[in-house]
Design a protein around this ligand. Sequence first.
Ligand SMILES: Cc1cc2nc3c(=O)[nH]c(=O)nc-3n(C[C@H](O)[C@H](O)[C@H](O)COP(=O)(O)OP(=O)(O)OC[C@H]3O[C@@H](n4cnc5c(N)ncnc54)[C@H](O)[C@@H]3O)c2cc1C
Ligand code: FES
Length: 366
Amino acid sequence: MAVEVIRTVSIVSGIGVFLAALLTLAERFLLNYGMCKITINNDRELEVKGGNHLLGSLLQNGIFIPSACGGRGSCGLCKVKVISGGGPLLSTETPYLTKEEQEDNIRLSCQVKVREDVAIEIPEELFSIREYTTTVEKIVDLTYDTKALYLRLKDGEELSFKAGQYVQIKVPQYGKVTEEVYRAYSIASSPLQKEMIKLIIRRVPHGICTTYIFDYLKEGDKLDLNGPHGDFFLRESDREMICIAGGSGLAPINSILYEIRDKNIRRKATFFFGCVEKRDLYYTDEMKAFEKQIPDFRFVPALSAPREADNWPGEVGLITEVVDRYITDGSGMEAYLCGSPGMIDACIQVLLQKGIPEDRIYYDKF
Ligand SMILES: Cc1cc2nc3c(=O)[nH]c(=O)nc-3n(C[C@H](O)[C@H](O)[C@H](O)COP(=O)(O)OP(=O)(O)OC[C@H]3O[C@@H](n4cnc5c(N)ncnc54)[C@H](O)[C@@H]3O)c2cc1C
Ligand code: FES
């Protein structure tokens, strides 16, 4: 009886998979949507081949919508407002859209297919995002799983960005990776240095982009990227700042500290950097140097599980516990956080308890 049930379930699922594959093939090879028109902001028009995703169609026309997952529908960054022609909202989109966004016709552009004329609205600043071909000037090992990448722009070119923003790297086909993909990386260098940028990249085991960077990319190679993207950047104010980062989340904070130093901004600031053990720490000397270069700046590295051999004299505990010990009244403060979603969510709770208003807590989760 059980064998019979398993066999029936297998046959039914097999037919389902077969039909889905057939539909995909039919869509790709048989259905011809012809040329479709994309109207942007009621102002510009693009002619594109129908049947492709909105994100890719815009990209082919030099319009770079933020995307960190290469169109797999797992980052939720590629939102655009679709006024007409986008078809029904898909179940792959709803987890990333609030009720208000859904009511406002916000869609994930990597999921919407252009099958007819489409009208969309996007922020004007996206038109100023450009693609750059850079040369890998230097690759530096920071820890066993983290590298700094120095990318030089072509002679005469400059990348203007706000401290905290990110770029999207285009990973070419390599090894078994048969399609180009894009991944987001925060700029770690000073916004005053526009002809060369620094990225800090942590290896994700089996990750497409990080495997390429760690195992294939060499100094002297070319690397395409587009940017700048993002609304995580240093706000103009004189409020005391709390910065919190974990792992490669140090990158945008590094850029923010350069900006404070290079523009001689007078603000009290504390940077809490959370790692597991000593081998995960990097740029400790550079951060300590900022204490001498920026008046009223303090660097607080903390380890959540130092080994005995680490002989760690500094703060121990989860970064939330350390922050909790340091801040008493946060009501006049502003916070900049960057790290894993779990870490950021936990930190936000602590900062709210300390009195920092939600609209003064800025973050990038990755
Ligand atoms: C705004 C923004 C800024 C970012 N800035 C940086 C940065 O400065 N430095 C940096 O190193 N990364 C940064 N990231 C993350 C980066 O974009 C990639 O997601 C990451 O490098 C993994 O890419 P990949 O192609 O190697 O892995 P993928 O091929 O995308 O992923 C492989 C697998 O690993 C999982 N995975 C992906 N990321 C992680 C992770 N962090 N930990 C555990 N599992 C993971 C995926 O779910 C997938 O199953 C940023 C992301 C965003 C959205
Ligand atoms: S590109 Fe990541 S969800 Fe669309």
